[in-house]
Design a protein around this ligand. Sequence first.
Ligand code: KIV
Ligand code: ZN
Length: 529
Amino acid sequence: KGDSMADKVFIFDTTLRDGEQVPGAKLARDQKVEIARQLAVLNVDIIEAGFPASSPGDFESVQAVAKTVKGPVITGLARAVKKDIDTLWDAVKVAKRPRIHTFLGTSDIHIQKKFRADREKILQWCVDTVKYARSLCRDVEFSTEDASRTDFEYLCRTVDAIVKAGATTINIPDTVGYATPMEMADRVRRLKEKVPGLDHAILSMHCHDDLGMSTANTLAGILAGARQAEVTVNGIGERAGNASLEEVVLAIKTRKDIFTGLYTDVNTKEIAKTSRMVSKLMGLPIQRNKAIVGSNAFAHSSGIHQDGIIKDRSTYEIIRPEDVGVTAHTFALTARSGRAALKHHISGMGHRLTDAQLAEIYEKFLVLADKKKEVLVEDLEILVQDTLFKVPETYKLINLQILSGTKATPMAALKVQRNNEVIEEAATGNGPIDAAYKCIERIVGANFQLIDFGLNAVTSGKDAIGEARVRIRSNGTIFSGGASSTDIIEAAIKAYLSAINRWVAAEAKTTTGKKGAAKKALPAPIEAP
Ligand code: KIV
Ligand code: ZN
């Protein structure tokens, strides 16, 4: 650890806000709380839990996080309008350490094209907003949206004014992922020189990855004096995503020679688990070669590299996998492993389960162990996640029969349960999965646009578990689904049904949901008090 607070880099996690903006990644309240709890175990400093004014559902989720998650500062995003800020404050004020985070575009492009205003009017709007937020909360973060394309002199004036108005953290986002590292470092350094008030506030980085430079830009800003990094787990986020938590944290930890005296409080051993949880619950697979958390990140394939690793790990390894919670498969469970052994391993993975949940997992485990010789830790993680984070299983697969062959027309016959009713359908298609999906659409009585379909072996060997992931669109909204099985066709069908079950749950929510969700049009700015 460093010697002073000035050396600490605060980790502001926005997985649940910027990350959740990824189409199809929307979380139910309990899922959000589960991820936020894990972020607290990971020991991030600030959790941005959502955008409460965007929907009544998100308001409830952010409030649930503020009520139940202990440790980090809890915040959410609000546009610079009174109604959004009041809604955000209502959601987070129960937290022990709440923060208001609000923003306004400051580049000429935003000022002229979005607001049809001028610089002076926007500057005053920023100041009034900060003053209003400070009247509610002592911890106020202000983001000058599109800061990297904002005129530098104007940015300095704006930052100076909002610091004087009482903002405690100033975030200068690279909203469109346009900056380069040297330019970013130069901006941060000059901004700190020109605005002495920044000595008493935290300067924050929030970089997007449109040109693949989000991590580099974040780190460049930190080297130049910024002390908060806004990041997401697995780098998920709007468009190409945000700077990834694991990359920023591990760069600071691994390159102590460059980031002299700097540290974060993140418990890196929790990174792999957090990454898997986010990927699973949001339905966003991680690319294999993703730094730190990709499945190949620590796999040495070249013979020369393997030889080096055997002689001395430091030859080709700069991060010890165990430091980020990646462990070798140190155990394998078989059909003969009892309930107690299963419980022991699951609690070792950090899950707390009720007896009923354990019983459900044990049943699934026995079925799997029958199909596979050995059940690995990754298999078990999937079973646990499937049990813990499920939406109501309105549609459930009871039986499937597939006819397929090089000459035969592929055909599927499915038996699906909907509540207490069992429905049977048969259809032909271009392939067995196409035929099965046609059956499902007939059973559900709705058509969906299949926008993404992927099959992946999550464990190795011929008896590996195949994981299917689908994303479907209905009326402009995207729903993700995933399922795993040693039978890939069964996995594909169950994945489709799980996306449809999410759609059913969302439909039920919109018809019973509260009225008065935030309107699209921007309400009037906050007037000077
Ligand atoms: O990218 C961005 O500018 C944002 C801000 C609202 C912080 O997400
Ligand atoms: Zn962003």
